[in-house]
Write a protein that binds this ligand. Structure first.
Ligand code: ZN
Length: 148
């Protein structure tokens, strides 16, 4: 079993309780670090200007209090090793589905792996109220395609 470091805990505590519950389950399966939960105005605007975010303040779910989004990466971080980010994305989305938490992952905005050339944000996980986004999710209790 893995444990979060102090910085990850601090970031996780800025997040919606549903995201906190989810990521306390995720770390039982795979080592992960929480990069950021809530993001303030200055930081959001600089992310927007750098192209790291498509959204300006206060439109990102990172800007909500508590935050409705978090960025997480497989630990230890190797930004070149994309396979591990997809592995983590699969674990997080599957667990969320099993827990009945509706989330959207930046590696599969529409519920399927992003098409070539699309904006990939492999560290980004956000709460969503749109069940359509979950239609391809895997439910451990009911099997593929169980969620409509
Ligand atoms: Zn994000």
């Amino acid at each position: 079993m893995f444990l979060y470091g102090k910085k990850s805990i601090e970031q996780l505590e800025t997040c919606d309780p549903l995201l906190q519950d989810l990521f306390h389950q995720v770390i039982k399966i795979v080592d992960v670090t929480i990069l950021v939960g809530h993001r303030g105005q200055l930081e959001q605007n600089s992310f927007y200007l750098m192209g790291s975010s498509k959204l300006d303040w206060p439109d990102s779910k990172h800007n909500k209090i508590p935050s409705e989004a978090l960025d997480a990466a497989p630990f230890p971080i190797d930004w070149e090793d994309h396979k591990r980010f997809y592995f983590l994305g699969g674990i997080v989305t599957s667990l969320a589905s099993t827990m009945g938490i509706l989330i959207r992952w930046g590696g599969a905005w529409s519920g399927e792996i992003n098409p070539k050339g699309a904006f990939n944000d492999l560290v980004h996980f956000e709460l969503t109220s749109n069940p359509f986004k979950q239609k391809h999710a895997f439910d451990l209790n009911a099997g593929f395609g169980a969620i409509k």
